[in-house]
Design a protein around this ligand. Structure first.
Ligand SMILES: Cc1cc2nc3c(=O)[nH]c(=O)nc-3n(C[C@H](O)[C@H](O)[C@H](O)COP(=O)(O)OP(=O)(O)OC[C@H]3O[C@@H](n4cnc5c(N)ncnc54)[C@H](O)[C@@H]3O)c2cc1C
Ligand code: FES
Length: 256
């Protein structure tokens, strides 16, 4: 069984890399050693009224230094509190959680990140050894884009047309005639729906990372289920728990 622990990690660095977007480096040698791209951790905010931890994807993993990088947008009280942590502060963290991306066997990958689904694609871009086209979709303000350039060809879409292709990630893929034998995607559900449809049209396999709202984060409460092709061995219905069975699924296995 895969390692999953609850530890007190130490914050090493916290910087704002975009409007309301934070890059947090935490030190936890045990979780970092076991972690892989596409997995996430649950962060406890430490506040008495915020008992449920907040799930955040792994953006970078530095196993030798025992470090994990988390990049998140302030969405509400929990992430606002996490954004207030500084170097040296302890932070309760559970992980690594979820299954992660299947990196075996692809020769030409298309990595697609939309908005706050962009961070987990960075560690994947670093670890995937095949040829990569990296498509990043933003509303307007860019973040993290320069950090992808070392790992593949980067294509950008913005909703307002201020950078790259005006439109969404699928517009950027079509306009640049990108091709591959595996798509990896993380982003808002409407984007993932578009990616699933595009992958079906082009007959490319696709792995989608779903970032549904969660409660327990460990498969116990069923707060995060999505409809699936196969039945869940736990409940015997056509459901998958995103936190435990996912968050990464092959597109044909889930209804979104
Ligand atoms: C597996 C997974 C990985 C994630 N990775 C990242 C990441 O790398 N970076 C990042 O910024 N965020 C990520 N998220 C989303 C993040 O967990 C939420 O933004 C966070 O829990 C919000 O907590 P809060 O207390 O700040 O806001 P809340 O007060 O709980 O919510 C504020 C607002 O955000 C909405 N919201 C909360 N959670 C989600 C969600 N999962 N999807 C869409 N809307 C939501 C709420 O409906 C509400 O409108 C991830 C979520 C999951 C499930
Ligand atoms: S969040 Fe509880 S089962 Fe997924």
């Amino acid at each position: 069984m895969a390692l999953k622990v609850k530890n007190t990690a130490i914050v090493r660095e916290n910087s704002e890399i975009g409007t309301g977007i934070h890059s947090l480096w935490i030190e936890d040698p045990q979780i970092s050693k076991a972690a892989k791209p596409g997995q996430f951790v649950s962060l406890y905010t430490g506040a008495a009224d915020k008992l449920l931890p907040r799930p955040i994807s792994l953006c970078e993993i530095k196993k030798e230094a025992g470090l994990l990088r988390l990049v998140f947008r302030i969405a509400g009280a929990g992430t606002e509190r996490i954004a207030g942590f500084g170097p040296g502060d302890p932070i309760e963290v559970m992980g690594p959680l979820g299954n992660g991306f299947d990196m075996d066997g692809c020769k030409r990958a298309i990595l697609i990140g939309g908005g706050i689904g962009i961070p987990p694609m960075l560690e994947l871009a670093k670890q995937l050894s095949c040829e990569k086209s990296i498509v990043l979709g933003y509303r307007d303000e860019l973040f993290l884009n320069r950090e992808f350039e070392a790992y593949g060809s980067v294509f950008i879409s913005t909703e307002d047309g201020s950078c790259g292709v005006k439109g969404n990630v699928i517009d950027a893929i079509r306009e640049n005639a990108l091709d591959g034998d595996m798509i990896f995607a993380c982003g808002p559900t409407p984007m993932l729906r578009g990616v699933k449809q595009y992958a079906k049209e082009k007959q490319i396999r696709a792995q989608l990372s779903l970032e549904e709202r969660m409660a327990c984060g460990i498969g116990a409460c069923l707060a995060c289920v999505c409809r699936s092709k196969d039945t869940d061995e736990h409940t015997n219905v056509n459901n998958k728990r995103i936190c435990k069975d996912g968050p990464v699924f092959y597109a044909e296995d889930v209804e979104i």
